[in-house]
Design a binder for this molecule. Structure first.
Ligand SMILES: Cc1ncc(C[n+]2csc(CCOP(=O)(O)OP(=O)(O)O)c2C)c(N)n1
Length: 553
């Protein structure tokens, strides 16, 4: 009998290919040279990054935009701890991702060897599962399980650690086969119960969130909302789940919620959460829905039973992936004369007002008209990314998302996410415009990945809102400790020179009307670009200046 012996490194790459992996992000390390060697001529595209946090965020963004695990490879110790920033995002945001970590040799363990970390202890809270592959023969088993765990139920990240000596071992192992995704469907009796509750409701409200949606599911749910004439909100940073110009759209149930919408959520008699956990940010710090017994009748649809009843006791818990639940709504008939249409229209009108940017503001650059320019001139299928900071309010409140897969933003509120997420999005959808919104604080957290965009010819457009401060924290500071500015001001580089030094295109906007032409030039350059928008720090929110916040404190 002919047996084919393969190294652990080869088996890892074969298992990735068997599971359909086309791209990975990485920062190399001597701990996993055998995998790097197997990637040579593998056909898998390798994005070499400059810091593991950015590499892991790219993998997260791939997972977010495809529903398939994004793959990232890093070295042990410092590589893994850097990558943990992306791991935490994927965990909180329910994103499928697999992080491979080169590990020290098996014969050196428990001596605190060079860069030794016991990942099963260190990363347990950050990952759905942490596994170490001690025997190369078991690589197909571990990798298949990693894909299954990352994508099933509530998706999330998995960490697989690869001892260096295991990777060079030559063994005989079974050929890897692709993992089989697990779907959870609602039962017919649950759909019937849901139908009865909906028909008996006077003021129903739907909130969409979470992951495990698809383009089809989003289209199907829009059709359902059109037929039933019900109001629909989107959870924090999951806005791409519903067309904002659809007559049912009621707005973003996130930070700084429209007070009219917040009141409507509180006063609804039937709240239907589809895919959302309604955690701290979408629930306005757990004030919209009482814990554990909501005042509203609650239908909670979530793909993992552990989440159902965790905070809010539902009247009808349905353990199903959002896409499968929505598919089951197709045959429901709306009431002959839906009584909900008026409330739905009032909420949509309120949303349209709420999302119309202000013309005025302090300083020569006004973000309101800039957002209006973006709304008119950037295509509906453009993908927007961001990290954390007050600058993101302009995007979340005033950009009217129209399509699925046009948003890659961390619900976990991690700064620095926008740039690596944009690099990953552009690599995935080269034909679409990808716009990264960043603050001056946010950008500098993973700004080195601008060179990754240059290296791989990914012309992302970065709108860098530079107000010279860690604005969000300064805003809180002025509210809590007025006039006592501590550790929230910044000194910045010349961002135009930065873009150029990296081989990209740079623009400086110091007046509102300069933005449009600067954007057009950035787009035409065909290069990754940074448009630095110099914003007066007083323009800290669309409604209030820093001085007003301080004076009100
Ligand atoms: C990784 C990380 N570190 C710190 C914070 C806390 N934080 C939230 S927003 C913010 C300031 C963001 O500043 P900037 O990007 O300049 O945007 P601005 O608020 O000024 O618009 C900070 C420090 C965070 N959310 N994430």
């Amino acid at each position: 009998m002919n047996t084919v012996m393969k190294t652990g490194g080869q088996l890892i790459v074969e298992a990735l290919k068997a599971n359909g992996v086309k791209r990975i992000s990485c920062v190399p390390g001597e701990s996993y040279l055998a995998v790097l060697d197997a990637l040579y001529e593998s056909g898998i595209e390798v994005l070499v990054c400059r810091q593991e946090g950015g590499a892991a965020m790219m993998a997260d963004s791939w997972g977010r935009l495809t529903g398939e695990p994004g793959i990232c490879m890093v070295t042990r110790g410092p590589g893994a701890t850097n990558a943990s920033a992306g791991l935490h995002i994927a965990r909180q945001d329910s994103i499928p991702m697999i992080l491979f970590v080169g590990q020290i040799g098996r014969d050196m363990k428990e001596r605190e060897a060079f860069q030794e970390v016991e990942y099963r202890r260190a990363f347990t809270e950050f990952a759905k599962w942490v596994g170490e592959i001690d025997d190369a023969r078991r690589i197909p088993e571990f990798v298949t399980r990693a894909f299954a765990v990352a994508t099933s139920g509530r998706p999330g990240p998995v960490v697989l650690t690869l001892p260096e000596d295991m990777l060079v071992e030559e063994v005989e192992a079974p050929d890897a086969r692709p993992y089989m995704p697990v779907e959870s469907h609602p039962g017919t009796s649950q759909i019937a119960a849901f139908e009865t509750m909906l028909k008996n409701a006077e003021r129903p409200m739907f909130i969409l969130g979470g992951t495990r949606w698809s383009e089809q599911a989003v289209a199907d749910f829009q059709a359902f909302a059109s037929r039933f004439k019900v109001p629909v909100g989107c959870s924090f940073r999951r806005q791409m789940l519903f067309d904002h110009l659809h007559p049912s759209y009621a707005g973003d149930v996130g930070i700084g919620i429209n007070p009219v919408l917040a009141k409507a959520v509180k006063e609804t008699d039937l709240l239907v959460l589809i895919g959302s956990r309604m955690s701290e940010m979408p629930s306005s710090s757990y004030t919209l829905i009482d814990i554990p017994y909501p005042k509203q009748k609650l239908v909670h649809v979530f793909p993992d039973p552990e989440e159902l009843g965790r905070m809010y006791r539902p009247d009808l818990p349905i353990c199903a992936a959002p896409a499968e639940f929505v598919a089951a709504l197709k045959d429901l008939e709306p009431p002959a004369a839906p009584i909900w249409a008026e409330r739905k229209s009032a909420l949509h009108d309120s949303y349209l007002k709420w999302s119309t940017p202000p013309e005025s503001g302090p300083g020569p650059v006004r973000m309101g008209p800039i957002m209006q320019w973006i709304e008119k001139n950037v295509p509906d299928d453009a993908i927007f990314t961001n990290g954390a900071g007050n600058y993101a309010t302009w995007l979340h409140r005033f950009h009217r998302f129209r399509k699925y897969n046009t948003q890659s933003a961390p619900t976990s509120g991690s700064m620095g996410y926008g740039l690596p997420a944009a690099v990953a999005a552009k690599q995935l959808f080269p034909e679409r415009e990808v716009v990264c919104f960043a603050g001056d604080g946010c950008f500098m957290m993973h700004g080195q990945e601008f060179i990754t965009a240059v290296r791989y010819g990914l012309p992302i457009i970065t709108v860098l809102v530079n107000n010279g401060i860690y604005g969000t924290i300064r805003m809180h500071q002025e509210r809590e400790y007025p006039g006592r500015v501590s550790a929230t001001d910044l000194v910045n580089p010349d961002f135009v020179a930065y873009a150029k030094a990296f081989g990209g295109h740079g623009e400086l906007v110091e007046k509102t009307e300069e933005f449009g032409p600067a954007y057009e030039r950035a787009r035409a350059s065909g290069k990754p670009s940074i448009i630095e928008v110099r914003l007066d720090p007083e323009a800290i929110t669309p409604a209030r200046t820093l001085t007003q916040i301080r004076e009100k404190a």
